[in-house]
Design a protein. Sequence first.
Length: 336
Amino acid sequence: MRDVSRLTRFVALLSASTAMVMGFAPLVACARPDSAGPELSTQQPDTTPSLGASVPPPASNPPTDTPPQPDLAPPPIDIPDLPVVSDEVARQEASRLAVLMKHNVKGFSTYTPERRKAFLTLAKDAVTQADMPVSRPQLVMVVDRNEKIQHLDYVLALPDAPWESLGGTPVSTGTTGRKYYYITPTGVFQNTADRLGYRAEGTKNKYGIRGIGAKGSRVWDMGWQTAMKGWLPRHETGQIRLEIHATDPQFLEWRLGHPASEGCIRIPGTMNKFMDHYGLIDALYEQAASYDPRFQALLPKDRQPTRIAGDLVVVIDSGPLTEPKIDPIADKRPLP
């Protein structure tokens, strides 16, 4: 056993000596090559990168004839001014549009003097209360949600002169008594370029109804608005996306003139097309189309925007009540 132990120690010493002579030093020696012992001083220096050592990047030879490029700032956006015409020119343009609507828009009416006066008075009061003064001659879309009226009227709003009524068509606003149907809110809503509208795809639901009109019909997005829940008796409110759009031309358009929507404003398909072609409330969209391709793609290529285009939609209620009546049996139903 003693001879075996001596033999074992001899083999271990021989292995250690061989490792040092062959250059296999411990990891610490590889990490710190300057601390190698004298027994390694006769060897050639090891040029292989060691673990943990930083390797310099390969040499580069950038061209010297190309000056450095500064950061390119986007070109400034040149936003055109909104068109401004005189009151006389605005009246002439309004008369022209009224004649075109009479010949091209189904159900167009110029209303009685009493109805025109109601549209003009309530619309002007609403714009004043909303602190959204009219600074240029422009069209304003006015919608009366009164369940006995349910019509829209296009109004020529003048900054320093009496407003004038052009006429309009039947509409459908929010109804009551049906779950998840909201009452269209009153107020002044702006068709701003902060929101991008869209076009109907013409797809049918399970009942075969095209809810927002035929394919290609325009949808104007007036943003999130607070509206009363028409199926509840206690005036609870919620948020709806207020939109202006057509309805199914085959099954639902004949119902215009009565509350029927889920809170949006439904209009005839021919009025939808007329508003889209002449840009009646697209003044800010037309402005945005000059620099934003999204609005260029949305607006019709063959459009003829009027110089008195506006951007305001006013929802009024000319009825004796300040809001449509709630379904009479709604208070007998428990809240959901």
